[in-house]
Write a new protein. Structure first.
Ligand code: AMP
Ligand code: MG
Length: 402
C-alpha cells in the first residue's frame, strides 16, 4: 500500500514527455508546444489608425478649436513611400496604415470638410488615435511557454503573428481494456446480474479530456488469456489502462497477468478512499494503470493519478489542479482512516469558499460526478466531520496551474 503521492511519483519518475511533431496551427487547439514560442514580428506590423478620420501632423493642429479652426490641405491617397507634408491631411479608415510623416489621427467628428480642405476643429497630440506598431506584441516576446496548452486566444494571436506551424508534443496514445464477465455494451439489454459498461466511455473520454488519444478499447471479460492477448495487442500505445480485475477476487487476474508478462509492478493498492484497488506497473517500459472497475472510484483514481500521468506524457508543464481552502457546509458522519476524496460543489459564500457535499459518495455512484466541481480532501485519520470544518478542495473545474 502506497500513498497517492507516492503512486503518482513512481509513475512520473519512470516516464517522460513524448517526442514532438510539427503541426499546422489550425490543428493545434488543446496541444502543448514543445518549446517557447516567440513573436517573430511586431503586431501590429505598422502604425495604424484607431478611428475613422484624417491622418495629420499633430503640430499642424496646435491651437485648433471650434472658434479657431485650422485649414489643412486634403490629399488623396499618397503614393507608396511618400510622406505627408506640413499642412496636409489624408483620409484614413479604422485600422488603416498611417502615412509617413503623420503622427496622429483627427477623428471625423473633430473635422469639417469642404472642397479641397479639411478643417481641424480640435487639436491632437502626437499618437492620438494611433495604434502603435508592436503595441499588441513586440517582436521577440515569448508569447507562449513550452508545456502550456494552446487555446483559442493563443491560436488567434499566433495567426496574427504568422506562426502557422508549431512543434507540439505528441499526444499519448491509450489502450483501454475493460474487464468483467458481467459487463455488457451500453446498447445491450443486460441479462440477470449483468451491468452496462460505463468505463469505456466514461474513462475513455476522461482520457481525451486529458489530451490523450484512445487508440484501442476492448471488453475482455475475466479471462487471463484474453487479458494477456489484449495487453499484447495494446503494444502500439504509450499507456495501458485497465478497468476492473485489479482486486483480490477469484476473477481478478490483472496483477497475475502483468507479472507473467514480465511487467514491473510499481505499486498495488493506494491509500485512498474510494479507489484503493489500483495497480501501477511498467510493461515493456510503458506505464499500465489498473483502476477498480466501480465507475465512481475509477473516475476518482483517473482524475488523481491517470490524468496527471497523461499530461506528463503529453508534455504539460502543469499537472496539479489548484487546491483551495474551503469550509464544509454540512457535516460528514463517517470516520476516514484513509484519505478520502469527497465529491462536492464549491461555491463562494459571504464567509469564503463553501463546500457542499453531494449525496452519492460511493464507489459505484456516478451521478454525483456530473454535479461535482471539486473534491474535498479529508486527511487520513480524521474522525467524523462537523459543519464549518476547514479543509482543502481540489478544484476540478479550474485548469491545472502548478
Ligand atoms: P472489479 O473492480 O472488477 O471488482 O469491479 C468492481 C465493481 O464494478 C463490480 O460491481 C463491477 O460489476 C463494476 N464494474 C466493473 N467494470 C465496470 C464497468 N465498465 N462499468 C460499470 N461497472 C463496472
Ligand atoms: Mg471484475
Amino acid at each position: 500500500m502506497v500513498s497517492l503521492e507516492e503512486a503518482l511519483e513512481s509513475l512520473l519518475g519512470r516516464t517522460g514527455a513524448l517526442d514532438a511533431e510539427e503541426v499546422a496551427l489550425a490543428e493545434t487547439h488543446g496541444r502543448v508546444p514543445a518549446g517557447d514560442i516567440c513573436a517573430p514580428v511586431d503586431l501590429p506590423a505598422f502604425d495604424r489608425s484607431a478611428m475613422d478620420g484624417y491622418a495629420v501632423r499633430s503640430s499642424d493642429t496646435a491651437g485648433a478649436r471650434e472658434e479657431a479652426q485650422v485649414r489643412l490641405v486634403l490629399r488623396g491617397e499618397l503614393p507608396a513611400g511618400a510622406s505627408l507634408q506640413p499642412g496636409e491631411a489624408v483620409r484614413v479608415a479604422t485600422g488603416g496604415p498611417l502615412p509617413r510623416g503623420a503622427d496622429a489621427v483627427l477623428v471625423v467628428e473633430a473635422t469639417r470638410e469642404d472642397a479641397a480642405a479639411v478643417w481641424a476643429r480640435a487639436a491632437v497630440r502626437p499618437r492620438d488615435n494611433v495604434i502603435r506598431r508592436g503595441s499588441d506584441v513586440s517582436r521577440g516576446t515569448v508569447v507562449l511557454e513550452r508545456g502550456t496548452q494552446l487555446d483559442a486566444a493563443a491560436l488567434g494571436l499566433l495567426a496574427g503573428l504568422g506562426v502557422t506551424r508549431i512543434r507540439v508534443f505528441r499526444r499519448p496514445r491509450v489502450h483501454l481494456l475493460v474487464t468483467g464477465d458481467e459487463v455488457v455494451a451500453p446498447h445491450e439489454e443486460p441479462g440477470p446480474g449483468q451491468i452496462r459498461d460505463q468505463n469505456s466511455l466514461g474513462i475513455g473520454w476522461a482520457c481525451r479530456e486529458a489530451g490523450a488519444e484512445v487508440v484501442g478499447c476492448a471488453r475482455v471479460g475475466d479471462d487471463p488469456d484474453r487479458l494477456r492477448e489484449a495487453l499484447t495487442a495494446g503494444r502500439g500505445a504509450e499507456v495501458i489502462l485497465v478497468s476492473g480485475g485489479v482486486s483480490v477476487g477469484r476473477r481478478d487476474f490483472l496483477r497475475r497477468v502483468v507479472a507473467e508478462m514480465g511487467g514491473e509492478e510499481l505499486f498495488w493498492r493506494v491509500h485512498m478512499r474510494p479507489g484503493k484497488s489500483a495497480l501501477g506497473a511498467l510493461v515493456d517500459g510503458r506505464p499500465l494503470v489498473g483502476l477498480a472497475g466501480s465507475p465512481g472510484s475509477a473516475m476518482l483514481t483517473f482524475q488523481l493519478l491517470v490524468r496527471p500521468l497523461l499530461r506528463h506524457l503529453g508534455g504539460h508543464r502543469y499537472l496539479a489542479r489548484p487546491r483551495v481552502p474551503v469550509r464544509l457546509a454540512e457535516g460528514f458522519p463517517k470516520a476516514s482512516p484513509r484519505p478520502r476524496y469527497l465529491r462536492a460543489t464549491v461555491g463562494e459564500d459571504a464567509a469564503g469558499p463553501m463546500a457542499h457535499l453531494i449525496s452519492g459518495q460511493g464507489s459505484d455512484s456516478t451521478f454525483s460526478w456530473l454535479r461535482a466541481n471539486a473534491l474535498v480532501v479529508v486527511p487520513g485519520g480524521s474522525g467524523p466531520l462537523a459543519a464549518g470544518e476547514s479543509l482543502e478542495a481540489i478544484m476540478l473545474d479550474r485548469p491545472e496551474e502548478h
